[in-house]
Design a protein around this ligand. Sequence first.
Ligand code: IMP
Ligand code: MG
Length: 180
Amino acid sequence: MSPMRTLISEPEIKDRVRQIGAEISEDYNARTPTLVCVLKGALIFFADLIRVITLDVNCEFVQTSSYHDKTLSSGEAKLVFNSKLNFKNIDVIIIEDIIDTGISLTSLIAEIQRTIPASLKVCSLLNKPSRRIKPVQIDYLGFEIENHFVVGYGLDHAQKYRNLPYIAILDPNEIREQII
Ligand code: IMP
Ligand code: MG
Protein backbone atom coordinates (compact mmCIF):
# COMPACT_ATOMS: atom_id res chain seq x y z
CA MET A 1 0.00 0.00 0.00
CA SER A 2 1.28 3.45 -0.82
CA PRO A 3 1.12 6.32 1.70
CA MET A 4 -1.98 8.48 1.34
CA ARG A 5 -3.42 11.59 2.92
CA THR A 6 -5.84 10.75 5.73
CA LEU A 7 -9.16 12.53 5.33
CA ILE A 8 -11.09 10.95 8.20
CA SER A 9 -9.23 9.19 11.00
CA GLU A 10 -10.13 5.92 12.69
CA PRO A 11 -11.29 7.60 15.96
CA GLU A 12 -13.39 10.14 14.02
CA ILE A 13 -15.13 7.33 12.14
CA LYS A 14 -15.68 5.37 15.32
CA ASP A 15 -17.31 8.34 17.09
CA ARG A 16 -19.59 9.14 14.18
CA VAL A 17 -20.64 5.51 13.71
CA ARG A 18 -21.53 5.32 17.39
CA GLN A 19 -23.67 8.48 17.06
CA ILE A 20 -25.51 7.14 14.02
CA GLY A 21 -26.11 3.83 15.79
CA ALA A 22 -27.61 5.69 18.75
CA GLU A 23 -29.84 7.74 16.44
CA ILE A 24 -31.14 4.66 14.63
CA SER A 25 -31.69 2.84 17.93
CA GLU A 26 -33.76 5.76 19.18
CA ASP A 27 -35.72 6.32 15.95
CA TYR A 28 -36.73 2.68 15.53
CA ASN A 29 -37.42 2.18 19.22
CA ALA A 30 -38.97 -1.27 19.76
CA ARG A 31 -39.03 -2.15 16.05
CA THR A 32 -36.76 -4.57 14.21
CA PRO A 33 -35.48 -2.83 11.08
CA THR A 34 -33.87 -4.67 8.20
CA LEU A 35 -30.50 -3.17 7.38
CA VAL A 36 -29.53 -3.65 3.76
CA CYS A 37 -25.77 -3.61 3.21
CA VAL A 38 -24.75 -2.44 -0.25
CA LEU A 39 -21.76 -4.59 -1.15
CA LYS A 40 -18.91 -4.36 -1.32
CA GLY A 41 -18.10 -0.81 -0.18
CA ALA A 42 -20.45 -0.62 2.81
CA LEU A 43 -19.26 -3.85 4.41
CA ILE A 44 -16.96 -2.39 7.08
CA PHE A 45 -19.36 0.45 7.95
CA PHE A 46 -22.23 -2.04 8.13
CA ALA A 47 -20.32 -4.42 10.39
CA ASP A 48 -19.38 -1.62 12.79
CA LEU A 49 -22.80 0.04 12.69
CA ILE A 50 -24.89 -3.03 13.53
CA ARG A 51 -22.73 -3.59 16.61
CA VAL A 52 -23.60 -0.17 18.05
CA ILE A 53 -27.33 -0.48 17.39
CA THR A 54 -29.12 -1.59 20.53
CA LEU A 55 -32.17 -3.08 18.77
CA ASP A 56 -32.77 -6.42 17.12
CA VAL A 57 -31.94 -6.01 13.44
CA ASN A 58 -32.18 -8.18 10.35
CA CYS A 59 -29.29 -8.08 7.91
CA GLU A 60 -29.62 -8.35 4.14
CA PHE A 61 -27.11 -7.82 1.36
CA VAL A 62 -27.35 -6.40 -2.14
CA GLN A 63 -24.83 -5.61 -4.81
CA THR A 64 -25.30 -3.17 -7.65
CA SER A 65 -23.24 -3.08 -10.82
CA SER A 66 -19.76 -1.73 -10.18
CA TYR A 67 -18.70 1.89 -10.48
CA HIS A 68 -16.93 1.31 -13.78
CA ASP A 69 -19.85 -0.54 -15.31
CA LYS A 70 -22.05 2.48 -15.01
CA THR A 71 -22.22 4.55 -18.14
CA LEU A 72 -23.38 8.09 -18.49
CA SER A 73 -25.76 7.02 -21.24
CA SER A 74 -27.89 4.66 -19.16
CA GLY A 75 -27.75 6.59 -15.88
CA GLU A 76 -28.82 3.42 -14.12
CA ALA A 77 -27.16 0.80 -11.95
CA LYS A 78 -28.11 -2.86 -12.20
CA LEU A 79 -28.85 -5.01 -9.18
CA VAL A 80 -26.52 -8.00 -9.52
CA PHE A 81 -27.22 -9.69 -6.19
CA ASN A 82 -30.03 -9.49 -3.66
CA SER A 83 -30.26 -11.72 -0.59
CA LYS A 84 -33.94 -10.83 -0.10
CA LEU A 85 -36.38 -9.91 -2.83
CA ASN A 86 -39.41 -8.96 -0.80
CA PHE A 87 -39.47 -6.23 1.83
CA LYS A 88 -43.26 -6.06 2.17
CA ASN A 89 -44.28 -4.44 5.48
CA ILE A 90 -40.68 -4.30 6.63
CA ASP A 91 -38.82 -1.23 7.95
CA VAL A 92 -35.81 -1.02 5.66
CA ILE A 93 -32.63 1.02 6.07
CA ILE A 94 -30.20 1.00 3.14
CA ILE A 95 -26.60 1.17 4.35
CA GLU A 96 -24.26 2.74 1.77
CA ASP A 97 -20.59 3.65 1.79
CA ILE A 98 -20.82 6.83 -0.28
CA ILE A 99 -23.39 8.67 -2.35
CA ASP A 100 -21.68 10.17 -5.35
CA THR A 101 -23.81 10.70 -8.48
CA GLY A 102 -26.79 9.11 -6.70
CA ILE A 103 -27.38 6.75 -9.63
CA SER A 104 -26.87 3.44 -7.75
CA LEU A 105 -28.96 4.53 -4.81
CA THR A 106 -31.83 5.78 -6.99
CA SER A 107 -31.99 2.42 -8.78
CA LEU A 108 -31.81 0.48 -5.52
CA ILE A 109 -34.54 2.58 -3.89
CA ALA A 110 -36.83 1.91 -6.87
CA GLU A 111 -36.22 -1.87 -6.62
CA ILE A 112 -36.97 -1.92 -2.89
CA GLN A 113 -40.00 0.41 -3.15
CA ARG A 114 -41.56 -1.99 -5.65
CA THR A 115 -41.85 -4.60 -2.88
CA ILE A 116 -43.82 -2.14 -0.67
CA PRO A 117 -41.75 -1.89 2.54
CA ALA A 118 -43.38 -0.38 5.67
CA SER A 119 -40.72 2.34 5.52
CA LEU A 120 -37.48 3.00 3.70
CA LYS A 121 -34.59 5.16 4.89
CA VAL A 122 -31.05 5.72 3.69
CA CYS A 123 -27.90 5.74 5.79
CA SER A 124 -24.58 6.58 4.17
CA LEU A 125 -21.14 6.95 5.68
CA LEU A 126 -20.09 9.58 3.13
CA ASN A 127 -21.74 12.09 0.81
CA LYS A 128 -20.13 13.81 -2.17
CA PRO A 129 -22.89 16.30 -3.10
CA SER A 130 -20.78 18.11 -5.71
CA ARG A 131 -21.06 15.11 -8.04
CA ARG A 132 -24.80 14.54 -7.75
CA ILE A 133 -26.73 13.69 -10.92
CA LYS A 134 -29.84 12.16 -9.33
CA PRO A 135 -31.24 13.85 -6.21
CA VAL A 136 -31.51 11.56 -3.19
CA GLN A 137 -32.50 11.99 0.43
CA ILE A 138 -30.00 10.78 3.01
CA ASP A 139 -31.61 10.19 6.42
CA TYR A 140 -28.44 9.30 8.34
CA LEU A 141 -25.10 10.66 7.17
CA GLY A 142 -21.59 10.18 8.51
CA PHE A 143 -19.59 12.86 6.73
CA GLU A 144 -19.96 15.22 3.80
CA ILE A 145 -16.78 15.40 1.70
CA GLU A 146 -15.38 17.48 -1.15
CA ASN A 147 -14.93 16.09 -4.62
CA HIS A 148 -12.04 13.71 -3.85
CA PHE A 149 -11.74 10.05 -4.74
CA VAL A 150 -11.49 8.37 -1.35
CA VAL A 151 -10.48 4.88 -0.27
CA GLY A 152 -10.36 2.83 2.91
CA TYR A 153 -12.87 1.63 5.50
CA GLY A 154 -14.52 -0.49 2.80
CA LEU A 155 -14.07 1.87 -0.13
CA ASP A 156 -11.79 0.73 -2.91
CA HIS A 157 -9.95 1.77 -5.99
CA ALA A 158 -9.71 -1.18 -8.39
CA GLN A 159 -10.54 -3.46 -5.40
CA LYS A 160 -7.58 -2.16 -3.38
CA TYR A 161 -7.47 -0.31 -0.02
CA ARG A 162 -10.78 -1.60 1.42
CA ASN A 163 -8.87 -2.81 4.49
CA LEU A 164 -7.41 0.58 5.47
CA PRO A 165 -8.90 1.39 8.90
CA TYR A 166 -9.31 5.09 8.00
CA ILE A 167 -10.51 7.09 4.99
CA ALA A 168 -7.84 8.52 2.74
CA ILE A 169 -7.70 10.63 -0.39
CA LEU A 170 -6.31 8.59 -3.24
CA ASP A 171 -3.25 10.02 -4.96
CA PRO A 172 -4.66 11.32 -8.27
CA ASN A 173 -1.69 9.69 -10.08
CA GLU A 174 -3.15 6.36 -9.11
CA ILE A 175 -6.43 7.07 -10.85
CA ARG A 176 -5.65 5.74 -14.28
CA GLU A 177 -9.11 5.48 -15.70
CA GLN A 178 -11.50 8.34 -16.15
CA ILE A 179 -14.35 7.81 -13.68
CA ILE A 180 -17.71 8.77 -15.19
P1 IMP B 1 -23.07 6.69 -7.32
O1 IMP B 1 -24.05 5.76 -8.00
O2 IMP B 1 -22.32 7.52 -8.31
O3 IMP B 1 -23.67 7.50 -6.22
O4 IMP B 1 -21.92 5.80 -6.78
C1 IMP B 1 -21.97 5.13 -5.65
C2 IMP B 1 -20.89 4.08 -5.62
O5 IMP B 1 -19.70 4.42 -6.36
C3 IMP B 1 -20.47 3.98 -4.19
O6 IMP B 1 -21.31 3.11 -3.48
C4 IMP B 1 -19.04 3.51 -4.32
O7 IMP B 1 -19.01 2.12 -4.39
C5 IMP B 1 -18.54 4.14 -5.61
N1 IMP B 1 -17.80 5.39 -5.32
C6 IMP B 1 -18.21 6.66 -5.53
N2 IMP B 1 -17.28 7.55 -5.13
C7 IMP B 1 -16.27 6.82 -4.64
C8 IMP B 1 -14.99 7.18 -4.03
O8 IMP B 1 -14.60 8.35 -3.85
N3 IMP B 1 -14.22 6.13 -3.65
C9 IMP B 1 -14.58 4.83 -3.81
N4 IMP B 1 -15.76 4.46 -4.34
C10 IMP B 1 -16.59 5.45 -4.76
MG1 MG C 1 -21.17 1.26 -3.04
